[in-house]
Ligand binder design. Structure first.
Ligand code: B12
Ligand code: SF4
Length: 487
């Protein structure tokens, strides 16, 4: 009887929910509320990222009951309105914005709004949100969502929800694309597979808490989602799609089936995949089915560094040949290079911008490897006493130095990162990268130009703020000694 009455009340007074994808705060006096001198405000190119809409929030929104009033906030586009009229807020966060997520949780709870946090960082460290959340979700949302929703409707959430089995991806509803913020250039984000068959030592997927089996969604449901565009969307919003998978091409049979099903839709699509999946056949399939942009984690041009990172499927000697297969199909390649892996020397990093261009990467991005909690990389650094003093979490964005490099001094590594970012985006290098795509036609050329333009602003801004911080801080040796005296 009570249960039926509760269900009727819940239906008549639907919960008002906001799903918030947490991003860097823009309105704090200093970047990430750092007390350090020289921290400065968030530089504009880094404060927002309106390029591709993330998938997580629209997907989570689709899992909530249809009778709830749900809206989605992407902090990559706007700040959260702390006064918004909601009963429950779902905060999704990665590690580098976790301090801000915790702050948001505290603000909403102070107003009596229920707060649920989830995502990669809460999965790795649920205890971090004590006092800032009514419930923390560890792992995937799908297996626990029914219970969580029922508890929220009774306003009695449990402090912790942990999925006991991996999500069944065959039964996912279409994402709530009508809730996507229109400010994004690319609004359609999808997921076809989850997980990755590999376990690179710096990747969050190698942490036990975050590791799940590699799974594929039925191709028919992926195609259903792509066809499911809300009425009134522009041509561009329908035409360009991104698969936010970790490694879309890992299962060759599945990938072929997906590409063949994508071809008749005539969409331009982008995704991430590992370099070993690029073969003459897969490149042809991608080109024919509309793939125009690929993100590939090449990470390093030093075999020793790749081996030490358990990234044996990357063979430096094959990079150039495999990238050429993609270029022949008009596909632009973006790649991240990790600066400061254990095999890296000053000589290598001095040459890195030139080497990256030789390999043929169209849009290079540079980052220090982030020692993510629970990863073998983080464990090895901790065991060797190589983690530097300071707030590790606050520095977990690939630009702050948080560990002592092996073959360089800390200062050398900081300077080398800024050097790679600025040298690689010197105007003549950018122009050369764009001109190289001219034989492929106007689509690859324009794509390379647009992407280089965006990353030129981004990488230069990152480099400038990193150098300013380094100058303001002084030498690491002094800080390490100071900490030793204090402790
Ligand atoms: C989109 C994306 C981004 C976007 C936006 C981030 C976002 N939050 O969407 C951008 C481009 C900004 C980005 C940036 C970076 N990223 Co990124 N990114 C991704 C990517 C490709 C897709 C995320 C996604 O949609 N996943 C699919 C959804 C369904 O999974 P999910 O988000 O984990 O959500 C599930 C659960 O976690 C849970 N959940 C999530 N949130 C919540 C919230 C609540 C309330 C609940 C109940 C549940 C819940 O439920 C969901 C369904 O089960 C992932 C790879 C991947 N496929 O996961 C990498 C990934 C998250 N990124 C990664 C990295 C390393 C980075 C960078 C650090 C790279 C770099 N060095 O520059 C940067 C970070 C910042 C910076 N330097 O400024 C790593 C790990 C990140 C980490 N630190 O833990 C990943 C896993 C890629 C990888 N394999 O290495 N990234
Ligand atoms: S291949 Fe990419 S997604 Fe897979 S474990 Fe390595 S870094 Fe992570």
């Amino acid at each position: 009887m009570f249960r039926t009455t509760g269900a009727i009340i819940a239906f008549l007074l639907p919960m008002r929910a906001a799903v918030v994808l947490v991003w860097r705060p823009k309105n704090f006096p200093a970047w990430k509320r750092r007390a350090e001198t020289g921290a400065g405000p968030v530089p504009p190119p880094m404060a927002y990222d309106r390029s591709v809409a993330p998938y997580t929030a629209v997907h989570l929104a689709s899992l909530l009951p249809a009778h709830w009033q749900v809206h989605v906030v992407h902090e990559m586009v706007r700040d959260v309105d702390l006064d918004m009229p909601v009963d429950v807020v779902f905060l999704s966060t990665m590690d580098f914005c976790a301090p801000h997520a915790r702050w948001l949780g505290e603000q909403f709870r102070a107003r009596g709004v229920l707060v649920v946090v989830g995502g990669l960082y809460p999965t790795l460290n649920p205890g971090y949100f004590a006092g800032a959340a009514d419930a923390v979700v560890v792992g995937e949302a799908e297996p626990i969502l029914e219970q969580l929703v029922a508890d929220l409707e009774r306003r009695q959430p449990a402090p912790l929800y942990r999925a006991s089995a991996p999500a069944d991806l065959s039964v996912m509803p279409p994402p709530r694309y009508e809730l996507v913020e229109r400010e994004f250039s690319v609004t359609m984000s999808y997921e076809a597979t989850r997980g990755c068959p590999f376990a690179c030592s710096f990747c969050v997927l190698s942490a036990d808490a975050a590791r799940t089996p590699y799974r594929r969604r039925p191709v028919a449901t992926v195609i259903r989602d792509i066809r499911h565009t809300p009425a009134g969307w522009t041509w561009r919003q329908r035409k360009v799609v991104t698969f936010w998978d970790n490694n879309l091409g890992a299962d060759r049979v599945y990938f072929r089936e997906l590409c063949e099903a994508l071809a008749p839709l005539r969409r331009a699509w982008a995704t991430q995949t590992s370099i070993d999946t690029i073969t003459p056949e897969s490149a042809r399939l991608m080109g024919r089915s509309g793939c125009r942009y690929l993100y590939i984690g090449l990470e390093s041009l030093v075999e020793d560094s790749l081996r030490a990172s358990n990234k044996r499927h990357n063979r430096v000697a094959e990079y150039r040949r495999r990238l050429r297969l993609l270029h022949d199909q008009g596909i632009i390649v973006m790649s991240i290079f990790l600066v400061g892996l254990d095999g890296d020397t000053k000589e290598y990093l001095d040459r890195l911008p030139a080497l990256v261009d030789e390999v043929g990467v169209d849009v290079p991005v540079f980052s220090m490897p982030v020692p993510i909690e629970g990863t073998p990389f983080r464990r090895a650094l901790a065991e060797a006493g190589r983690l530097l003093p300071g707030d590790l979490l606050d520095g977990s964005d690939g630009v702050h130095l948080v560990y002592r490099p092996q073959r360089l001094s800390p200062e050398q590594l900081e300077t080398a990162l800024a050097f790679c970012m600025t040298r690689s985006y010197a105007t003549w290098r950018v122009a050369r990268r764009i001109i190289r795509r001219l034989p492929g036609g106007y689509i690859p050329t324009l794509t390379a130009a647009l992407s280089n333009h965006v990353y030129m602003r981004f990488e230069r801004a990152l480099a400038q703020s990193a150098l300013a911080r380094t100058r303001a801080r002084g030498r690491w040796a002094a800080r390490i000694e100071q900490r030793a005296v204090m402790s």
